[in-house]
Design a binder for this molecule. Sequence first.
Ligand code: ADE
Ligand code: ZN
Length: 336
Amino acid sequence: MSLDQFINDMPKVELHLHIEGSLEPELMFELAQRNKVAIPFKSVEEVRQAYNFSNLQDFLDIYYQGMSVLQTEQDFYDLTTAYLKRVAAENVMHTEIFFDPQGHTERGVAFGTVINGITRALEDGKNQLGVSSNLIMCFLRHLSEEKAFDTLKEALPYKDKILGVGLDSSEVGHPPAKFERVFAEARKEGFLIVAHAGEEGPPEYVWEALDGLKIDRMDHGNRSLEDPKLVQRIVDQGIALTVCPLSNLKLCVVKDMRLHPLKKMLDLGIKATVNSDDPAYFGGYMTANFNAVAGPLGLTRDDLLTLTKNAIDASFVSDADKAKMHQRVDKFALSA
Ligand code: ADE
Ligand code: ZN
């Protein structure tokens, strides 16, 4: 079996996916027409040409503009279903999905519209496609602490549908400490905690995410490697990192895939995982992300299996469900 085939067939787990970042240009156009929302592009090709970013903010500007076509519960259902169909075809067993409620409530779409559309699709995805999932609500860090508290309050009636809370959007200038009190409250309410840290922001932000927010898992974390004491802490605590190779390349977090820190993370004993972040904007889903690093970093089949097993261990599912997923991967490894 070729390495390509191995990557394609390997059962996978995704832990870092913004559902709004799976909005493909074709669906963006369809929803713009359906909802009579104006978008500043004439064609799908023109949209794709605009996806040239030199940093995180460049991308976020287009990402928030893109999500303006999402208006109704059916739109959120269609968006989520399209993502689940793509990853089911890539042998993804389980996915943990971020959504950005403030990206919608700030422009007048009700919280319930967003969450009901997404969760109805997740239930159908489990039943019809066999992809299990958890949902994580992110606070937009460029907005105020007060707005994050308002959003947490809005989420409470839907607590049974949301497993965790996270922190995303413009990192530099918006350290985790800004949201320490919101996350303390979220933790009290029983939510699991993740946060984007060390994507563009310095190692100090990663320390704050660990000590201040008390994260259960870290999103990105690339810049942790600049601080050996921080690496030791991450290894000792067994904190997993949700690494996103194509995102890192497209947002110029790394200059060249051969310089990507993923292999170094594994060598240091960090529980790294591979994820797609915003696949419609960065050029691919799970398989594309594994392919993007396998060659340039010289990853072995054992490395690829380790990455998947790390993702199973770092997922927010029961031990019994983790065991079932490990069995599927072990069976695949024996047959490959
Ligand atoms: N929102 C969507 N994708 C993001 C990323 N890679 N970093 C921060 N915020 C995001
Ligand atoms: Zn992200």
